[in-house]
Design a protein around this ligand. Sequence first.
Ligand code: LMR
Length: 336
Amino acid sequence: MRTWRMGLGVVAMAWMALCGSALANEPILIKFSHVVAIDTPKGKAAEKFKELAASYTNNRVKVDIYPNSQLFKDKEELEALQMGTVQMLAPSLAKFGPLGVKEFEVFDLPFLFDDYAKLHTVTYGPIGQALLAKLTPKGILGLAYWDNGFKQMSANKPLKNPEDLKGLKLRIQSSKVLDAQMRAFGANPQVMAFSEVYQALQTGVVDGTENPVSNFYTQKMHEVQKYLSLSDHGYLGYAVIVNKAFWEGIPADIRSQLDRAMADATLYANQIAKQENDKALEAVRQSGKTQIILLTNEQRVAWKRALVKVHQEMSGRIGAELIQSIYQATGFDPAK
Ligand code: LMR
């Protein structure tokens, strides 16, 4: 009986050792959840990171991507990251308010960035780094900024002058700056998860919305919106974030390869963003379903005049110093 028991013990130990070594060979799994289609700047950059993470670590890391709100919607994905249910996200910068880091809403200030180059002085510089550091007390690490692009405004009526938006119900992300922006038009902003926008537009729950064209086209919003004004009235981009405890638990040699994969995926993301939006605009045009409106110079100036007051209005929330530091970095002059 005793020998029999000892025999069993040896078998159990051998089995555990086998499992242990099998586990040691298991790749580290990173679940990366996001809300957009694969065929977008963020969707493609996530795929690039997956590929580079596998190749730079000799498959010691596996990234599973869950696109299109498949796993979580906007608000839930941030909670899931903090709980460790997923390990990586790239929410839009307009979605950090509910987490208590409202400074990211500075990126939503209308007309703040004239082009990607001006924006990059912030996202690649010390201001961008200081903003990412604000996530640390929340148990989150900010690894990089990924571009999408400049937002356009859609509705079922042509939007040319600021007055045209008056009284419209417009879907926005959770940012209070975007709320103030829509109110500056005299419109009624409605916060809604990205995954719900198509249906809300289709059923008339909202009349219109804003997004870069890559999101507009891949969510098929062109099927349910008759007009798209190329207003470029604000920027939309992302912070790539990870669960801090998880990230810091990754062995240093592997983590340094992941940092390299992230740096390369970021270069890729920011290289393709403009062309992805240009391609999407062409696809909307080809669809013949949405009429594209080019604003005249005067109309665009009128939009800017109507919206720039939001900078001042929101300075209490975001911080006047932060806004000033971005004006200085980009040369933005609210009076012009
Ligand atoms: C939105 O909710 O409109 C966008 O932020 C979605 C995204 O992640 O690009």
